[in-house]
Design a protein around this ligand. Structure first.
Ligand code: NAP
Length: 298
């Protein structure tokens, strides 16, 4: 256990979305243990309070901050970014971990399909809103939690919102491929700034993943499969490594699994698709001409 203020991440500030449970909470704890000041984002104040208290107790770290925002709403993401900019004069690492699986189609307050909104548009918007602060804090890192499901993903530009045909697994695969395309495009845009962007598969991990609206098959199989899954701490190993290890200083635009670089789906290397996804995403978050800004109205 690292003593307060001591450790390889001492003096660094990290923000972890989806930090109230599962992989995100374990990632936040892992980075707190290394001495970082950690901010966790959750949508429910009570759960966020409880998670922060757990992390403080487990790691002996006092510097654990809470941010409450429902990241399915763009207004909430903008408010979150403004609060982070207000409270954190520097930001060394952003871990885009928030995400989930929904078997049936839901829409958000913005009228967007929920999987695409939470898994892709929320990290896209939050990252862009925090980019100047990350650049000013360089060397800084952006770590995005995708999934092995990216390998089955296809970006359906004609039906991004699953309006014509929604299937939970297909929407999830698409959103996780979007995480990879976003990261590669971000890394290209950030070349020379000292801010790196990497993306990862955490493994198959025993969490509350998919519990809000599970697929029928998942309900049947998960109780058995859970026996063979990684613990949240094991799932957090790769995000903690990418957020903190000197071994990946300066490494950018890569996909990792089990703490090692790995080739992602062939489709993820399509630079035209990445540029198109960026431009469509910018439009969907209300910024037709490029990255949105924190001052843009919600
Ligand atoms: N578990 C796996 O096997 C696995 C495999 C590959 C990839 N992943 C990826 O790993 C990431 C984390 O998943 P997990 O397994 O740790 O899932 P989890 O246990 O369901 O945790 C998800 C976290 O995101 C938060 N969250 C969900 N919707 C939110 C919203 N609208 N606004 C704000 N916060 C929200 C949850 O907060 P609440 O406490 O409010 O629910 C929770 O903290 C996801 O991106 C997932 O795609 C997971």
């Amino acid at each position: 256990m690292a003593e307060r203020g001591i450790g390889p991440m001492a003096g660094k500030t990290v923000l972890v979305t989806g930090g109230t449970g599962g992989i995100g909470k374990a990632t936040a704890a892992g980075l707190a243990r290394l001495g970082a000041r950690v901010g966790i984002v959750g949508r429910d104040r009570q759960r966020a309070d409880a998670a922060a208290a757990d992390i403080r107790r487990e790691t002996d770290a006092s510097a654990v901050d809470l941010f409450v925002a429902d990241m399915s709403s763009q207004a909430e993401v903008r408010r979150l970014a403004a609060e982070v900019l207000d409270r954190y004069p520097r930001l060394d690492v952003l871990v885009n971990n928030v995400g989930g699986f929904w078997a049936t189609r839901h829409t958000t307050a913005d009228g967007l399909e929920h999987t695409f909104a939470v898994n892709h548009l929320a990290p896209f918007l939050l990252t862009n809103l925090l980019l100047e602060r990350l650049e000013a804090s360089a060397p800084a890192r952006i770590v995005t939690v995708s999934s092995g499901a990216q390998s089955m993903g296809r970006i359906d530009f004609d039906d991004l919102q699953g309006e014509r045909n929604y299937q939970g697994q297909r929407a999830y695969n698409q959103s996780k491929l979007a995480n990879v395309l976003f990261t590669y495009e971000l890394a290209r845009r950030l070349a020379g700034t000292g801010v790196t962007a990497n993306v990862l598969h955490p493994g198959v991990v025993r969490t509350r993943f998919g519990a809000e609206d599970p697929a029928r098959l998942t309900k049947l199989l998960v109780p058995i499969a859970r026996l063979f899954m990684k613990t949240p701490e094991q799932g957090a190993a790769t995000p903690v490594y990418l957020a903190s290890s000197p071994e990946v200083e300066g490494v950018t635009g890569r996909y990792f699994a089990n703490g090692k670089p790995k080739r992602s789906a062939e489709r993820s290397y399509d630079t035209d698709a990445a540029a198109r996804l960026w431009s469509v995403s910018a439009k969907l978050v209300g910024s037709p001409d490029g990255p949105p800004s924190a001052s843009a109205s919600s």
